[in-house]
Design a protein around this ligand. Structure first.
Ligand code: NDP
Length: 364
């Protein structure tokens, strides 16, 4: 967890996270004419949200898109003032290498497509931001990291919460010792999924169910709440609708054991709503965030009362300006690299392995 520590130290140590965030991507830091020019890959609902958020960015700029739906091109050009020359489809995507007006792509495709489209972007010489979950297997995640290293491009995950003020404050409280030794973490995240025909319920596109989609926030959250990497996993699965969830998991509970002895008790579901919390208990204090992982506004309290931090921007505005600062200026990233995505993928694989073994403890 060194890069996150260094990043926060550089950001000013013990001051409140919110004012620091507003200091992060300033024009003083970067020449005004230097922006990270980004093309979104897969113009679905999340890409649309990122595009909206990027309208308020200073360091990152939306300049293009990659889509398999030709009708979307004109619509996106009109809505975001984009040039046709910066649009691609999934076949001519590799031609990005000849486009000097795009610096980075942001892969917002169904999970099982992340591997291919990150690697092709790297080969085209573009920096890559990839949505969560990073991939559908550990092997794929390793190949993505290797491809970006070989091409000498940056690879970041879309872990937007690492630029969100409550999450940053939680990490600061833990790092500064104000929470004392972390004893226990409780994380859960889920929602009731609708349309039974959507790709999220197809194993070949999603890789898995709730665990891959939102359970990854519980894993990542337990890791940033403890500042440790888990050494063992146990997991249990429950399925109430075997028809809808024929191919992917519906509800999973899992436990993560950390070297310090702390245990995270976690759960994720596609079967019910109002299920979103990150509760960290230390010897000297606690942070209780709910909602903790969605678009917010994130809310949290500590033993001193409500956290009341900045919720004025979309998470993706902070994220894209923050990552642009990392890429353009070499600012240390707050634990959003491909390596962080790989660590979460290793936990996901261990969870599925434990379930397949009837809940047996799996060492990582
Ligand atoms: P959508 O279904 O809304 O969009 C996915 C887009 O991918 C489609 O619109 C389509 O765009 C393209 N696509 C290409 N091939 C396929 C295919 N075979 N089936 C379906 N779509 C295809 O999904 P989301 O935008 O909700 O999710 C995309 C990614 O973003 C996922 O990895 C998800 O986990 C992640 N995500 C992250 C969130 C976060 O908070 N960080 C929140 C929501 C999602 P086109 O027509 O342009 O080709």
């Amino acid at each position: 967890m060194n890069s996150r520590r260094d990043f926060l130290r550089q950001m000013g140590g013990s001051a409140l996270a919110a004012p620091l965030l507003s200091q992060l991507p300033t024009s003083a830091h970067t020449p005004a004419d230097r922006q990270l020019r980004v093309a979104l890959v897969g113009l679905g609902s999340y890409a649309a949200r990122v595009a909206r958020a990027m309208k308020d960015c200073k360091l990152a700029k939306l300049v293009g898109g990659v889509t398999g739906t030709p009708e979307k091109v004109e619509k996106w050009m009109a809505e975001h003032g984009l040039e046709k020359a910066n649009f691609y489809n999934y076949q001519n995507y590799d031609d990005l290498k000849n486009n000097p007006n795009i610096d980075a792509v942001y892969v917002c495709l169904p999970n099982a497509m992340h591997h291919e489209f990150v690697i092709r972007a790297a080969k085209a010489g573009k920096h890559v931001i990839c949505e969560k979950p990073m991939s559908v297997t550990v092997k794929e995640a390793e190949e993505m990291i290797a491809a970006c290293k070989k091409a000498n491009v940056k690879l970041y995950l879309g872990y937007r919460l690492h630029f969100e003020p409550h999450t940053r404050e939680l990490i600061r409280l833990r790092q500064s010792g104000e929470l004392g030794k972390i004893m226990h973490v409780n994380t859960y995240d889920g929602f009731r999924i609708g349309d039974p025909t959507q790709w999220r319920l197809r194993k070949n596109l999603a890789g898995g169910g709730a665990l891959m989609d939102v359970g990854v926030y519980c894993i990542n959250g337990a890791r940033y709440a403890t500042g440790e990497e888990p050494v063992w996993i146990t997991a249990q699965e429950s399925k109430t609708d075997p028809v809808k969830f024929k191919e992917v998991d519906e509800t999973i509970t899992f436990q993560m054991g950390f070297p310090s002895g702390a245990i995270a008790s976690c759960a994720t579901t596609y079967n019910f709503n109002n299920f979103e919390r990150l509760y960290v208990i230390g010897e000297k204090g606690f942070v209780d965030m709910s909602p903790a992982f969605g678009y917010g506004p994130i809310k949290g309290r500590t033993r001193n009362g409500d956290m009341n931090l900045d919720t004025s921007k979309m998470h993706q505005t902070w994220q894209m300006d923050g990552l642009a600062d990392c890429i353009l200026n070499g600012t240390p990233d707050p634990n959003m690299t491909g390596e962080e995505g790989l660590k979460d993928m290793k936990v996901i694989e261990a969870i599925y392995k434990s379930i397949a073994a009837g809940g047996k403890k799996v060492l990582i």
